[in-house]
Design a protein around this ligand. Structure first.
Ligand code: SF4
Length: 335
C-alpha cells in the first residue's frame, strides 16, 4: 500500500517519513519492504513475532477505555534504529525467523476469544506492518473491537488518513523531548518534522491521542526541549492531551547510561504542567503519586493506579469530578 511506481522499476515508499526510493531487487531502510520488478511488497504481512494480552494502561493509554484488555501484536522490523530500544530483539534483529503466521481473521478471533475489547499494534513499529494492521483493524471494527497504534509517529499523513476510519487511539512516543540531535545520533532519524505532520493528521482525523516522552540521562533529558515539546502539544493538540514522562532503564547498546532519576521525571512533569498541559504522568515508577489522575481544577484524586492496574475509580458516570463537577477528558467506557 501507499507507494509510487517510478520509471525503470524504481519505487518510492510513502508509508513513513523516510519515503525511501527503492531500486529493483532492493529493500527499504526498514528491510520489511522489497521492490520486486517495480512492485513494492511487504515481507512481514501476518508474520507475528509477539502476541500478548495487555492492560490498555501499558500502551500507555490512560484516558481511552480505562481498564480495557487489548490483544497486542507485532511483526519484526522497524524504521527507527534506537540505541536504547526496549524491544531490540524483535525490532532490530530484523529477521523473519521466530515468527508465526497470524492472519487478520485469526488475530481478531483470538482477541475475542481471550476477552479483549480491542487490539493494539505495538512493541515494534506498526508503520512497517501497515497492511497487516490495516486488514486486521478493518475486520476488528466489524466485530466490535477497537484498534490502537503505539508508534514513533513517523507515519506519513496519507498513511494516517488511509487507516483513520479503523484507528481509534494512538500513543505517539517521543524520546529526548524531540531533540533533533538526539534523534540523529541515537536513533538514526535524520529529521523530526514528519512526527509533527503525523500528529497534526491524527488530530485532524479525530483519533484519540496520548503522547509519551522518554527521558534519557545525559543525552536526552534537556528540559528546554521538554518545555518546547509540552508547549507544542498544548498549542496544537490541546491542553487535555495526556502526556506521559517515561523513566529510562539501560538497554541494548546504551547500557553505560544510568536509569533516569525520579527527580528528573518530577522536574519534567512540573515543566509540562507549567506549560499548560492538564494530565501529565510519571511513567515506569510504580506507586508514584503522578501515576494517578487528578482533577485539573480541584486536584481531587480521580483514578488511582498501581503500575498498569486501576485501584480506585472516582469519576462519575457522566465523566466529571465528583467534587467540583469539572469534565474529565476520558474517551470510551471504564472496564
Ligand atoms: S516503511 Fe520502510 S521502506 Fe517505507 S519509507 Fe519507511 S523505512 Fe522506507
Amino acid at each position: 500500500m501507499l507507494y509510487d511506481a517510478l520509471p525503470d522499476r524504481h519505487v518510492r515508499c510513502n508509508l513513513c517519513g523516510r519515503r525511501c526510493m527503492i531500486n529493483e531487487g532492493k529493500s527499504g531502510l526498514c528491510l520489511a519492504r522489497v521492490n520486486e520488478k517495480g512492485v513494492l511488497f511487504t515481507q512481514s504481512y501476518a508474520r507475528s513475532c509477539s502476541a500478548s494480552i495487555d492492560p490498555i494502561e501499558k500502551k500507555p493509554l490512560f484516558h481511552f477505555n480505562p481498564g480495557a484488555r487489548v490483544f497486542s501484536v507485532a511483526s519484526p522490523f522497524c524504521n527507527f534504529f534506537c540505541s536504547f530500544c526496549d524491544n531490540w530483539i524483535i525490532s532490530q534483529q530484523r529477521r523473519l525467523t521466530d515468527t508465526k503466521e497470524l492472519t487478520p481473521t485469526s488475530l481478531v478471533n483470538a482477541a475475542q476469544r481471550l476477552g479483549c475489547q480491542g487490539i493494539s499494534y505495538t512493541y515494534t513499529e506498526p508503520t512497517v506492518f501497515y497492511e497487516w494492521a490495516y486488514d486486521s483493524a478493518k475486520l476488528a471494527h466489524e466485530k466490535g473491537l477497537f484498534n490502537t497504534f503505539v508508534t514513533n509517529g513517523y507515519l506519513t499523513p496519507e498513511a494516517v488518513k488511509t487507516i483513520s476510519p479503523y484507528l481509534d487511539a494512538t500513543t505517539v512516543d517521543f524520546k529526548g523531548g524531540g531533540d533533533p540531535v538526539f534523534y540523529r545520533d541515537q536513533m538514526r532519524v535524520p529529521q523530526v518534522e514528519p512526527i509533527y505532520e503525523c500528529l497534526m493528521e491524527l488530530k485532524h482525523c479525530g483519533i484519540h491521542l496520548e503522547i509519551t516522552n522518554l527521558l534519557v540521562p545525559k543525552y536526552g533529558d534537556s528540559m528546554t526541549h521538554l518545555r518546547d515539546l509540552a508547549i507544542w502539544i498544548c498549542e496544537n493538540l490541546g491542553e487535555e492531551t495526556p502526556f506521559h514522562l517515561l523513566r529510562f532503564f539501560p538497554n541494548y547498546e546504551l547500557i553505560d547510561v544510568p536509569q533516569t532519576p525520579v527527580s528528573t521525571v518530577e522536574e519534567a512533569r512540573k515543566i509540562a504542567i507549567d506549560a499548560g498541559l492538564r494530565y501529565v504522568y510519571a511513567g515506569n515508577i510504580p506507586d508514584h503519586p503522578w501515576e494517578n489522575t487528578y482533577c485539573p481544577k480541584c486536584h481531587e484524586l480521580l483514578i488511582e493506579r498501581h503500575g498498569f492496574n486501576i485501584r480506585k475509580w472516582a469519576i462519575t458516570s457522566d465523566k466529571t469530578c465528583p467534587k467540583c463537577r469539572t469534565k474529565v477528558a476520558i474517551t470510551g467506557g471504564h472496564y
